[in-house]
Every structure is written in structure tokens, then in C-alpha cells.
Design a protein around this ligand. Structure first.
Ligand SMILES: C[S@@+](CC[C@H](N)C(=O)[O-])C[C@H]1O[C@@H](n2cnc3c(N)ncnc32)[C@H](O)[C@@H]1O
Length: 243
């Protein structure tokens, strides 16, 4: 199985159900946990992604979708940058409820809808930009995820994948691994009330393809001009590709 494999799951269907249930449980405290545990750096990672997409977002008619949008932080960063609505989708209802509440407050009217990122209810070649922040790693099948992103993009369209990665510097990686495996489950469990989620997080990052392999997977899925950059010492990588 080429996708996330939470402990105890035996199939892609079970993996997706596990992920959906886990995010439903953490949804009420997801934002708080995210910002505290990342020391607020997660806002910078999303803002950086938006900056890298500036040219693609410049056209006010561009159709933009953020998949696995969760509580909508990247949707909001994107809509602020282009001063126009963007679409958001996720398969976890409680996360979308939180997203809608936040987006309504900002008044830009970006619609969010419930959908599995592996089966988007969109025609071929309908989007100019597709983004995913910290959601791709959770897909039950990465190859299907990339294929679906490629399918819904127009020729020339841009895909951006912001995801946790493995820091290339060994000393920094060791420190980060200590934090993410030993400290994060305790703190994350206390803040979110769900220790499983923060035990799963470092495990899923450890099993996720490294940045070079993900870039190769994107090329195999048909993306061109694939590039990536490490952020914050490689805790996170931003991959870009064009259809
Ligand atoms: C770690 S959260 C990230 C949320 C948001 N993008 C952010 O930057 O904070 C991952 C999200 O991916 C969603 N997700 C995971 N697998 C999915 C799938 N197959 N289809 C749609 N959403 C999915 C989860 O429901 C969850 O809301």
C-alpha cells in the first residue's frame, strides 16, 4: 500500500476511515494545537507557499482549490493574497465546519465542500492552482492523490504540496526527532485531548517519502518543472509542479 498506514490498518479504506475519525476528534482544538506546537511557524509556512504562488494567483479569474483544507488556514491565506474567493475541500465534516465558521468571519465568501481528495467532484482541467498543506501525507494512496491533482489542473496549472519532511542535517534531524517523537505526543495529547493523533504525526512523517522521492513521484504522475525547497531546516518541504 502506497499511502499512509496508521498502526493496525489493513487496507486503504481503513486508513482513510482512521484518518477521517482522528481529525474529527481533534477538530475542536486543531488550530490551537497547531499554532502552539509549531510555535506559530505554521503561519509562516502557509504564507511562504502563497508567496511562491503569487504569479499563478495574480489572475483574478484563476480557479484555485485547497484540498485537505482542514480548518481553512491556507484557504484564508490564499483568499487574502488574491482578494478573491478560493475553493476549499476536505473529507472531515467537523474540520469543514470550523473552516466555514472562520471563512464566514473574514467575509470573502470562499466556498468549502466535503470531498475525498482522491475523488474530487470536478471535471478534468478545471483548475489553475491546486494546493495541499499537511494533508497529502495523510492520503491512503499518494499516487492516486497526485494523479487526481494532475487531472483537475488545466494545462499550465500549478500544484503546491506543503508537507512535513525529514531535515537533511543529521544533528538537527536528531533534535527534531526527539521533539516530535518524545515531546509532541505529550504536549499534543494534553492540548488536543487526543494523544493518538500526535503519536501518528511523527510516525506518518517518518514513513512519508523524502523530498527527492516525492519530487520523483510528481514527475512520474506527469508534472513538469518540479521543484522543492526546505523550510525551517527541512522540517517542512514545499513542492511545486506544473501540468
Ligand atoms: C493536518 S490537517 C491539515 C489541514 C490544513 N490544510 C492545514 O494546513 O492546517 C489534514 C487534513 O487533511 C484531511 N484529509 C486527509 N485525507 C483526506 C482525503 N483523502 N480527502 C480529503 N481530506 C483529507 C483531513 O481531514 C484533515 O483535515
Amino acid at each position: 500500500m502506497k499511502g499512509t498506514t496508521p498502526e493496525g490498518v489493513r487496507s486503504e479504506r481503513e486508513a482513510a476511515a482512521w484518518v477521517q475519525g482522528m481529525f474529527a476528534r481533534v477538530a475542536p482544538r486543531y488550530d490551537l494545537a497547531n499554532h502552539l506546537l509549531s510555535f506559530n511557524i505554521d503561519r509562516y509556512w502557509r504564507a511562504h507557499t502563497v508567496r511562491r504562488l503569487r504569479d499563478a494567483l495574480a489572475d483574478p479569474a484563476a480557479r484555485v482549490l485547497d484540498i485537505c483544507c482542514g480548518t481553512g488556514d491556507l484557504v484564508q491565506a490564499l483568499e487574502n493574497a488574491r482578494r478573491a474567493p478560493v475553493l476549499g475541500s476536505d473529507f472531515c465534516h467537523p474540520m469543514l465546519v470550523a473552516a466555514r465558521r472562520k471563512i464566514e468571519r473574514s467575509g470573502k465568501g470562499s466556498p468549502v465542500f466535503e470531498s475525498d481528495a482522491l475523488h474530487l467532484p470536478l471535471g478534468d482541467a478545471t483548475l489553475d492552482v491546486i494546493t495541499v498543506a499537511f494533508g497529502f501525507r495523510n492520503l491512503a494512496n499518494y499516487e492516486s492523490g497526485l494523479r487526481e491533482m494532475w487531472r483537475v489542473l488545466k494545462p499550465g496549472g500549478t500544484a503546491a504540496i506543503l508537507e512535513f519532511s525529514q531535515p537533511p542535517n543529521r544533528v538537527f534531524a536528531a533534535l527534531y526527532n526527539f521533539y516530535s517523537r518524545r515531546i509532541l505526543p505529550i504536549l499534543g495529547g494534553a492540548i488536543s485531548g487526543n494523544r493518538d493523533a500526535y503519536t501518528y504525526l511523527p510516525e506518518s512523517v517518518r514513513k512519508f517519502p523524502n523530498a527527492e522521492d516525492l519530487a520523483a513521484d510528481m514527475r512520474r504522475a506527469g508534472f513538469g518543472r518540479v521543484s522543492y525547497e526546505f523550510l525551517t531546516g527541512g522540517i517542512v518541504a514545499l513542492h511545486l509542479g506544473r501540468k
